[in-house]
Design a protein around this ligand. Structure first.
Ligand code: CP
Length: 313
């Protein structure tokens, strides 16, 4: 809880806000927390003992909700979970007033909401850390977990090639942010009508990211160590039939995986639709890293919370 004026809270809004070293440090923290959990000595390390952390969900969630809840408990803190509807977020009072009030009760706020603008408003007025648990624009917790997953399977991500095929969505945006910071070559195949936003690409190129854009998934996966896709219809998307028709050629099947590097892995943030963006033979096959990705949300988010709430002086 905070009534402090002038002390900047450690928000986790976008990977673009972090340096290479800071992202590497968050991933290293996630790996260390995972190793500690595997050993089973969680009770020896309760860095957030006595803290209170609120989770606000304006959109549905399985992974984000459960992994934050479990992670917060494992770090010794107390969790409060509310839906956006329960507090009529943005309607009953302003986002700014919600942020000011919550900052007097809790030590950090994780929020999932479609509006990135409103999340930024929450961060502007909160005097405690605000963590982005997915907006329409980005999903940094997911990509932090993805980087951890890649490195566990294939070693350092620096200098490696990642392929994205399918829709251009919030997870891809966070991958673009990561590519700008981590010396990752990102090859993106989307239908022309669903290209990533020009402003995002301009930002990434100005920051030195190595991006390749194509409308051909085979071109994208050529030389790739990892192939990633996501649902054809993300939260807040309409035009279901239109998107399905456009995205059908971008499905990840075994033939596409075979066109990537030998030993390449497959990642998907989940939830997945077998037979749509990914064939069952891939997501349930030996190259799939999706269950590790889901688990690593827990460790990556614990690392973010420890960073946000300890050693901040
Ligand atoms: N990948 C992800 O964020 O999953 P949930 O929507 O279930 O939280």
């Amino acid at each position: 809880m905070s009534d402090a004026e002038g002390v900047k809270p450690r928000h986790f809004v976008d990977l673009a806000d972090f340096s290479t070293g800071e992202i590497e440090s968050l991933v290293a923290g996630a790996k260390a927390l995972k190793a500690r959990r595997v050993k089973g000595n969680l009770g020896d390390y309760l860095p957030l003992l006595g803290k209170k952390i609120a989770l606000i969900f304006q959109q549905p969630s399985l992974r984000t909700r459960m992994s934050f809840d479990v992670g917060i408990n494992e770090l010794g803190a107390h969790v409060l979970i509310v839906s956006g509807d329960e507090i009529e977020l943005g309607h009953r009072e302003s986002i700014a007033d919600t942020a000011r009030v919550m900052s007097r009760y809790v030590d950090a706020i994780m929020i999932r909401m479609l509006s990135h603008h409103e999340l930024l408003e929450m961060a502007q007025y909160a005097t405690v850390p605000v963590i982005n648990g997915l907006t329409k624009k980005s999903h940094p917790c997911q990509v932090l977990a993805d980087i951890q997953t890649f490195e566990e399977r294939l070693g350092s991500i620096r200098g490696r090639t990642i392929a994205w095929t399918g829709d251009s969505n919030n997870v891809l945006a966070s991958w673009v942010h990561a590519a700008a910071r981590l010396d990752v070559k990102l090859k993106i195949a989307t239908p022309e009508q669903l290209s990533p936003p020009a402003a995002l690409l301009d930002w990434a190129r100005a920051e030195g990211a190595e991006l390749k854009l194509t409308n051909d998934p085979y071109e994208a996966v050529d030389g790739a160590d990892c192939v990633i896709t996501d649902s054809w219809v993300s939260m807040g998307d309409g035009d279901r039939e239109y998107r399905h028709n456009l995205l059908r050629p971008f499905q990840v099947d075994q033939r596409l995986m075979d066109a990537a590097n030998k030993g390449a892995i497959f990642m998907h943030c989940l939830p997945a639709k077998r037979g749509e963006e990914v064939a069952a033979e891939v997501i349930d096959g030996p190259q799939s890293a999706v269950w590790d990705e889901a688990e690593n949300r827990l460790h990556a988010q614990k690392s973010v919370l420890v960073w946000a709430l300890t050693d901040t002086k």
